[in-house]
Write a protein that binds this ligand. Sequence first.
Ligand SMILES: [Zn+2]
Length: 189
Amino acid sequence: MYRLLQSLVAICLIATPLVPALEAKEETSLTIIDRLVVTGFERGRSEPVDTIVLHSVFAQGKADPYAVDEVIALFARYQVSTHYLIDREGNVYRLVGERDTSYHAGKSRMPEPDGRDGVNSFSVGIELIGGHDDVFTEAQYLSLEVLLRDIKTRHNIKHVVGHGEITPERRSDPWNFDWTRMWRWIENW
Ligand SMILES: [Zn+2]
């Protein structure tokens, strides 16, 4: 009996290091809500994905400018889209599958020395809901961090850029985004 207890204790000790790993996995679990759109993208890809483009958006002039439905209606009106949309509560919506080319960046060029045109063809777009004077919520940052890690498991991501960096003459989003915080996540990838 004593020997049996001894071997049980030994098994428990061996098993212990696995626990933190399992907990860490749970923390990074991601729930994605499908809200697939029918316009503002094209099927397939012409190039492998190596870039993530961050944006911000809100439905200006609407009763609830943060409403997901209003933002999706806005995209439909302009025949644009995004792969992912993160609302103010941190919910993550998928509008376009990563295998398809979303029209989120428009006419665009990567910063030098990269300099590639047509960023839509090799990027995944993420829109965070927020106005010009807003700061993003803690829930949005937490979801974004998990989503970036998740995307990285499927693609060899080399660049994370803001829309304003690739279309400086037209766009300045994501507005008030904490880049320092994001670079800290990326350092730990
Ligand atoms: Zn944008």
